[in-house]
Design a protein around this ligand. Structure first.
Ligand code: CAA
Length: 261
């Protein structure tokens, strides 16, 4: 029996499909969901049979419609701050996860849900998806990193408009401003995410891992510091068996057999 009440994890061919399954409340993030996500990323998804993760929401309507507003309504300022800090810690784990995490956004992607998607490495949306940070409509501000990750991804002006208006944008608009990588039909969403995960999984796992870390960490540094960091990871990648195999396979005109070492 699954250890989770809300999450579902199905692993097939090294790809874990991680589904937030509370469709009656549009997969709103409550305390239990946050705890289960923490547990999933700190335990099951770290196991060797998982190479990539696709994160999605159950049902026809929503990826995640935000943090659970009924829980938020009960918070005092101190608890609210702690809740935000806890959310940040989880989203940092996801952002820094050493295996690619792809958000498969299948509907409403609002508030904390949008912030969760922003922490993933890649975002693919279905045509019916809608994106927004509507917190100001509730007298709140985004609390799971939205004021920081959204401007870093789409630029300050566009982020300001979404955050201050609280209004949603379509999947097509999200793709136009770089909030999602691409838009696909609803029925193609998971297959396209799988295809993308498979393409990444053909590459050397340590090189993928170092790339994630170089991009994430480097973006918070000066260009000079960041390129030095890149040089260190480049050096590190040359210490791997996979680098020997990848370069040898190229010269021998065959497909590489990577081992993640
Ligand atoms: N929290 C708790 N419950 C939620 C929810 C949320 N974020 N979003 C939806 N639900 C619940 C609704 O209360 C409703 O439950 P009941 O049937 O028990 O009434 C059920 O999900 C279905 O929702 P609707 O009937 O509202 O569905 P709709 O299709 O008419 O509207 C919607 C869909 C536009 C997404 C609307 O549900 C909505 O506006 N939801 C709230 C979105 C929002 O404000 N998100 C931000 C939350 S704050 C936040 O996330 C803070 C942070 O940064 C950490």
């Amino acid at each position: 029996m699954s250890e989770f009440k809300i999450l579902k994890i199905e692993v097939e061919n090294q790809i874990a499909l991680l589904t937030i399954s509370q469709p009656k409340v549009l997969n709103a993030l409550n305390e239990t969901t946050m705890e289960e996500l923490e547990s999933a990323f700190c335990n099951r998804l770290k196991e060797a049979d998982v190479g990539a993760i696709i994160l999605t929401g159950a049902g026809e309507k929503a990826f995640v419609a935000g943090a659970d507003i009924k829980e938020l309504a009960q918070l005092n300022p101190l608890d609210a701050r702690l809740k935000a800090l806890r959310g940040h810690a989880l989203l940092e784990v996801i952002e820094g996860f050493p295996k690619p995490v792809i958000a498969a956004i299948n509907g409403y992607c609002l508030g904390g849900g949008c912030e969760l998607a922003l922490a993933c490495h890649l975002r693919i949306a279905s045509e019916n998806a809608q994106f927004g940070l509507p917190e100001v409509k509730l007298g709140l501000i985004p609390g799971y990193g939205g004021t920081q990750r959204l401007p870093r991804l789409v630029g300050k002006g566009r982020a300001m408009e979404m955050i201050l208006s609280g209004e949603s944008i379509s999947a097509q608009e999200a793709a136009r401003i770089g909030l999602v990588n691409r838009v696909v039909s609803r029925e193609n969403l998971i297959p396209k995410c799988r295809e993308l995960a498979e393409r990444i999984l053909r590459n050397a796992p340590l090189a993928v891992r170092y790339s994630i870390e170089a991009v994430n960490t480097g973006l918070e540094m000066s260009l000079q510091e960041a390129t030095r960091l890149e040089a260190s990871f480049f050096g590190l990648s040359c210490a791997t068996e996979d680098m020997r195999e990848g370069t040898r396979a190229f010269t021998e005109k065959r497909k590489p057999q990577f081992k993640g070492r």
